[in-house]
Write a protein that binds this ligand. Structure first.
Ligand SMILES: [Fe+2]
Ligand SMILES: [Fe+2]
Length: 310
């Protein structure tokens, strides 16, 4: 359930107690005897805490999410869970059953990327929302800047409790398939968004393209998180106009690997330039995510924290 967390401090003051709370003009203090006249929402800061989980890779990634998610939610007081699931199915794509499995765990919206079409049955799943704007099928996204007419959509607008939020999925074009311009499409989609809290998953290879998108969206979205490289970057920060940013959240899956795949297979490809099979690795499984703390009223981020759980 969505919670509004009070930021109140109680401390002894002589024989009485004083309630201190922050206002726009500074800290105000009220004696305990007067507490009964306080409005119920006084001093409450409407805080929303978002957990974004990086590319979930194969069974190892799904298992660590299953095992660790509830404790992460509790420990970090999470309100809203969003995850990139493009590699959930043995590293390549996502199936309807695996999407439902993630929704059942409490993930509200699943983003994807260039692997979205790897399992063809997902194309039909995208059609299964049957006009229901909040069905699980509607809460699975694919990059919005794919050519018009493709199954699925790249923007979801929903509510958690009574708080509206939006999630946008974009894909980069540097060292990737030449799709539509994600920058101008973001402008266009933002015109449709009514929520203050907006998270953008920018699924891209080049750090420069992701960072440019972060600056481009600064002050217009709550957070822009990068995915796709499966390598977490240590550059998380809140940009000057209030957008939380990280170039790449990193993979949730086996790190005894080359970006999730058995390392021998990838090394062989580099050594021989021959086509090789790819199989998911299994060892050194980690969950990579970020926690974004933001203000419900303005949609501005207060902080972004990078997590790597083993
Ligand atoms: Fe990925
Ligand atoms: Fe990707």
């Amino acid at each position: 359930m969505w919670r509004r967390r009070p930021r109140l401090r109680y401390f002894p003051h002589g024989t009485s107690r004083v309630l201190a709370f922050a206002t726009s003009t500074g800290v105000q203090k009220i004696e305990a005897a007067e507490w009964h006249v306080l409005p119920s929402n006084l001093g409450r800061e409407a805080t929303v805490r978002i957990l974004f989980i990086g590319d979930i890779f194969g069974r190892p990634g799904r298992t660590i999410v299953q095992e660790r998610l509830s404790e992460l939610v509790k420990e970090h007081r999470i309100d809203l869970i969003i995850a990139n699931g493009e590699n959930s199915a043995a590293g390549f794509g996502i199936t309807p059953a695996l999407a439902e499995e993630l929704f059942d765990l409490g993930v509200e919206v699943i983003t994807t990327g260039n692997h979205v079409w790897d399992k063809r049955e997902i194309m039909e799943y995208f059609q299964m929302s049957n006009g229901n704007p909040h069905s699980p099928a509607r809460r699975l996204l694919r990059p919005a800047n794919y050519p018009p007419g493709m199954p699925g959509t790249g923007l979801y607008q929903g509510k958690k409790g009574d708080v509206p939020y939006a999630v946008m999925n974009l894909q980069g074009r540097v060292f990737m398939a030449p799709i539509d311009d994600p920058f101008r499409l973001a402008d266009q989609l933002l015109k449709e968004v009514t929520a203050k809290i907006i998270l953008v998953d920018m699924h891209a290879e080049a750090t420069s393209e992701k960072m440019s998108m972060g600056w481009y969206l600064d002050g217009r979205v709550t957070a822009m998180v990068g995915t796709h490289t499966h390598i977490p970057t240590a550059d998380e920060r809140v940009l000057p106009k209030g957008t939380a940013y990280i170039t790449d959240v990193g993979m949730t899956g086996p790190y005894d690997s080359v970006i999730g795949v058995k390392k021998e297979m990838i090394m062989e490809r580099f050594l021989t330039s021959m086509p090789t099979r790819f199989e998911p690795a299994t060892g050194d499984v980690r969950l990579c995510a970020v926690v974004i703390d933001c203000d419900e009223a303005t949609g501005r981020a207060r902080s972004i924290e990078r997590l790597m759980v083993q």
